[in-house]
Design a protein around this ligand. Structure first.
Ligand SMILES: NC(=O)c1ccc[n+]([C@@H]2O[C@H](COP(=O)([O-])OP(=O)(O)OC[C@H]3O[C@@H](n4cnc5c(N)ncnc54)[C@H](O)[C@@H]3O)[C@@H](O)[C@H]2O)c1
Length: 260
């Protein structure tokens, strides 16, 4: 057998990681996990209070994070945040497209504007962000993009057409970025979370109901938590994942096609 040693690039302490929706449930867990690994963090969010709280938590644990307020539905806002982020920390090693919205309405009741805004935030913005940071990442000849999808991309979502469509689209974007940028040593993968205890599913349920439902229906017998997903993100930026690109990886307690 011939064994040729290959270089396996991965996250290095001091690398810059951008997390969109960094004030939210998953976003904060990503930030805290990456900070423990030694990342310098750009936290993007429309919610200034939650974004600044993530920064405070990271800094109080000795980390380095900066908040950038941005409305991902607004292309000009994204351009301004890209410029500010590059000026502050330079090109990122990793971008996590994590922010999303999940408006609930049936197909018949959903306003066209709601559908379009969901696509703007959940898929147009990730495309815009990847396109904007791409040249700098390509120049570094190393980098990782992590897109946060959802089981709804695969299963559909009753009262969630715009969300489900946007999440299917981000899986597709993941594959195209992986194909186009593999030659620049940039890997792109998606995480497909199941239900986790954050503000998003809590918008139309209670913690008790979500926990109980998960106990009944999730093979591993519990609901997910942001830390579960953060562990997978830590793996995806690491050199251990150097041979993985274009994948959508589910982290859902075994919930495969669980009926809604
Ligand atoms: N929690 C779950 O059960 C679950 C399941 C599957 C997928 N996901 C996905 O995980 C990701 C994180 O979700 P979460 O559960 O942490 O939800 P969350 O609501 O706690 O966080 C989402 C964050 O995105 C921010 N955001 C929303 N609109 C924005 C905009 N226009 N501009 C900038 N920021 C904006 C919010 O302010 C919030 O901080 C999302 O992509 C979500 O779809 C979550």
């Amino acid at each position: 057998m011939v064994h040729v040693d290959v270089a396996r690039d991965g996250f290095r302490a001091g690398d810059h990681i951008l997390v969109t929706g960094g004030g939210g449930g998953f976003g904060r867990a990503f930030a805290q996990r990456f900070s423990k690994m030694g990342a310098r963090l750009s936290i993007w969010d429309i919610d200034e209070g939650n974004g600044l709280e993530t920064v405070r938590l990271v800094q109080s644990a000795g980390g380095d994070a900066t908040f950038f307020r941005v409305d991902l539905a607004d292309a000009k806002d994204i351009d301004a945040a890209v410029t500010a982020t590059l000026a502050h920390y330079g090109s990122p090693y990793c971008v996590v497209n994590n922010a999303s919205i999940y408006p609930r309405a049936s197909i018949l009741d959903m306003e066209m504007e709601t559908f379009e805004t969901t696509l703007k935030v959940n898929i147009t913005a990730p495309f815009h962000i990847v396109k904007s940071f791409g040249p700098g990442m390509i120049a570094q000849n190393r980098g990782v993009i992590i897109n946060i999808a959802s089981g709804r991309a695969l299963e559909g979502a009753v009262n969630g057409a715009s969300y489900a469509c946007s999440k299917a689209a981000i899986l597709s974007l993941t594959k195209t970025v992986a194909l186009e940028w593999a030659k620049y040593n940039i890997r792109c993968n998606a995480i497909i979370p199941g239900v986790a205890l954050t503000a998003q599913p809590l918008a139309n349920s209670t913690p008790e109901a979500l926990i109980e439902r998960a106990k009944q229906r999730i093979p591993l017998g519990r609901i997910g938590y942001p830390e579960d997903v953060a562990g997978l993100a830590a793996y995806l930026v690491s050199a251990d994942a150097a041979y993985m690109t274009g994948q959508g990886i589910a982290m859902n307690g075994g919930a495969v096609l669980v009926p809604q």
